[in-house]
Design a protein around this ligand. Structure first.
Ligand SMILES: O=C(O)CCC(=O)C(=O)O
Length: 303
């Protein structure tokens, strides 16, 4: 017999819980939460040191590649990165944060007890104009048999209003999935005509000191804002899945830690949510920024 879905009631918190029952309820009802200063200074120092090394490496590049997604005005003297792709596959420090830290505990408290890592990315949002990410939902980029996936963002530096903080539309995880195609073309963003229906005006934009985390559900509508400040806004994002959510695409199957179990036991049964999911086009991987800015064809992305 196939296992039943775990009850969605909020379990009482234990002495070891990272999140309070109220925070877990907020995530369930609103599809996002933020927790100020959760990641400690020791972690932040390690993460920043490794990140500085990757920024140094990017100086010699003149074009984006599989690891580094560069802004058009990236220069050796003034490195402007949009994204470092799959950091958890590139350095043990990022992987340790994803797999064995307070962040993993948060993923387990919201999805658990059995949880897989899916993928990670580090979005830099460079100062003075660092590129916006348009309104979107994540799951259409990497559809699964159900919707028990979430992404945890860690602020590597303080984020104040105007620094390109991400906005989340409360309750949108329980609403429709939007079409991220424009006609036949995958654009990875909601159509302008859907923005009113998605009520993006109601979005909440969490700010906070370095170490603050945001957690958003894979159906939550979230997006944009360019960085107008004079500081970069490095946001380290890691995505997790309940073990019985199985991917329909092979996006991370070749990445070293893609779909690796981080807590509990693997699943033998896939759990299927009856709600349909939009599929991204097949083809080579292309970063979200390129898709949304229509920098090139062909189409495919991991959000
Ligand atoms: O970095 C950001 O501002 C947004 C990130 C995001 O929504 C994404 O990469 O899916």
């Amino acid at each position: 017999m196939s296992p039943a879905k775990p009850p969605s009631d909020i379990a009482p918190e234990s002495a070891l819980s990272i999140l309070s029952a109220d925070q877990r309820r907020h995530y369930r009802d609103h599809g996002w939460i933020s927790v100020e200063g959760l990641v400690d200074t020791r972690w932040l120092d390690r993460l920043r040191a490794v990140t500085d090394e990757f920024v140094e490496m990017s100086r010699e590049l003149t074009a984006s590649n599989a690891l580094f997604d560069l802004e058009a005005n990236h220069r050796a003297a003034d490195p402007r990165l949009r994204r470092l792709s799959s950091p958890a596959d590139l350095h043990d420090t990022y992987w340790e944060l994803a797999a064995r830290s307070v962040i993993t505990d948060v993923a387990v408290e919201l999805l658990g007890p059995d949880v897989k890592f899916h993928h990670s990315k580090l979005n830099f949002k460079a100062p003075r104009g660092g590129e916006e990410v348009k309104w979107h939902q994540d799951i259409q980029f990497w559809p699964h048999t159900n919707y028990d996936l979430l992404t945890i963002g860690v602020f590597l530096d303080e984020v104040e209003a105007g620094m390109g903080e991400v906005g989340f539309v409360p309750g949108s995880h329980a609403g429709p999935l939007y079409d991220l195609y424009d006609g036949d073309r995958w654009v990875g963003a909601l159509a302008d005509s859907d923005l009113a229906a998605a009520d993006v005006e109601r979005a909440i934009y969490p700010t906070g000191p370095a170490g603050t985390i945001t957690v958003h559900h894979c159906r939550t509508v979230h997006g944009p804002a360019p960085n107008r400040s004079s500081r970069a806004r490095p946001l380290l994002l890691q995505t997790y899945a309940a073990v019985d959510a199985f991917a329909y695409t092979d996006l991370v199957r070749r990445s070293p830690h893609g779909e690796e179990l981080v807590r509990g036991k693997p699943a033998r049964w896939a759990r299927h949510d009856p709600r349909p999911c939009l599929m991204p086009p097949t083809g080579p991987y292309r970063p979200i920024f390129a898709a949304q800015q229509r920098e090139d064809e062909p189409p495919r992305d991991r959000a």
